[in-house]
Unconditional design. Structure first.
Length: 316
């Protein structure tokens, strides 16, 4: 059996060459990898930008996910942030840290996943850096084009508006619980934990339709709605009947003795989008009403405070 070459044997620039060789950039990339910096078109004159860092053992495990799935997840969590501003993603910059003895093909598969997810929205991987690190770390910065629209921030909601959701919640949390219990079924939640499916196009569509505030659901629906409530100075009441438990989540909860409703309300990593709209607005395709903005500043469920943690909190 031929031993696989490690990252240290391939070298930094050899690895970068493997990441970029044969890749086709979108037209928005004016100058791609190979220089001190990339050049990306910004026809709007403004750039929406966001960064996320994924660390092995914290955000992913290579015994649970393939390297390609890790790359896709690292791209998705960033692309969703730009979509939540109402922007269209254009480019990714990637910082990859890895141990010197990591097989080079593992790093290549991570890069393949990054490219695959970026391609879903017409974005390119335009540059980055590779460094030695004690564990695999993938840091991604995403750039996006607002296309002449104002960014949709967390601060624009008003009492009386409707609260709407695009995408799904609870699936990745159920998948995490299943994997932690050594289970691979039902397969839908497990797949959602490995690779989220953010509704990328729903963000720009919401901005076009007049969304007043919007956020990417990364830490849990109630937790992230709390950011809109705080920034906008409103309350947000979620109607539980608008979040029915899907059969696969009900099956997973029954197997694990868990509460599927808590996954829907507090589970993170699905990267759905939540937004407020004027009460008379026509919601774009893919959006559904799940509640209402109210006077006050609290996030409630059916008019009552939620008992228990609202979602994931780092450093606790």
């Amino acid at each position: 059996m031929v031993a696989k070459r490690t990252v240290s044997e391939v070298g930094e620039f050899g690895l970068i060459g493997r990441f970029t060789e044969g890749r086709v950039q979108p037209v928005s990339t004016l100058l791609g990898p190979g220089d001190d910096a990339a050049v990306v078109a910004a026809p709007d004159g403004r750039v929406a930008a966001s960064t996320d860092v994924l660390v092995a053992g914290v955000h992913f495990r290579l015994d649970w996910s393939t390297p390609e799935q890790v790359g896709r997840k690292a791209a998705a969590v960033n692309l969703a942030d730009v979509a939540a501003m109402g922007a269209v993603p254009t480019a990714l910059l990637v910082g990859l840290g890895c141990p010197p003895d990591l097989p080079a093909d593992v790093a290549e598969q991570v890069a393949a996943g990054l490219w695959a997810e970026a391609s879903r929205v017409g974005a390119g991987v335009v540059g980055g850096d590779v460094v030695s690190a004690p564990a695999l770390v993938v840091s991604v910065t995403v750039l996006g084009d607002l296309r002449g629209r104002a960014p949709v921030t967390r601060a624009g909601a008003s009492a009386g508006e409707v609260l709407a959701l695009a995408g799904r919640t609870g699936w990745a949390a159920a998948g995490l619980a299943l994997l932690a219990a050594g289970r691979e079924t039902p397969p839908g939640p497990v797949a959602a934990q490995r690779v989220p499916e953010p509704p990328y196009r729903a963000g720009p569509a919401a901005a076009e339709a007049g969304a007043t505030a919007m956020i990417d659901i990364s830490d849990g629906l109630l937790a992230d709605l709390g950011h809109i409530a705080e920034a906008s100075g409103v309350g947000l009441d979620v109607r539980s009947s608008a979040l029915p438990v899907p059969p696969e989540l009900a099956e997973a909860a029954a197997e694990l003795g868990a509460d599927a409703v808590s996954w829907l309300l507090t589970g993170g990593e699905d990267h759905a989008l939540a937004a407020t709209f004027p009460a008379d607005a026509a919601l774009p395709d893919g959006w559904r009403v799940i509640g209402r903005a109210t006077p006050g500043a609290a996030v409630t469920v059916d008019g009552e405070p939620y008992a228990g943690p609202a979602g994931w909190t780092h450093f606790t």
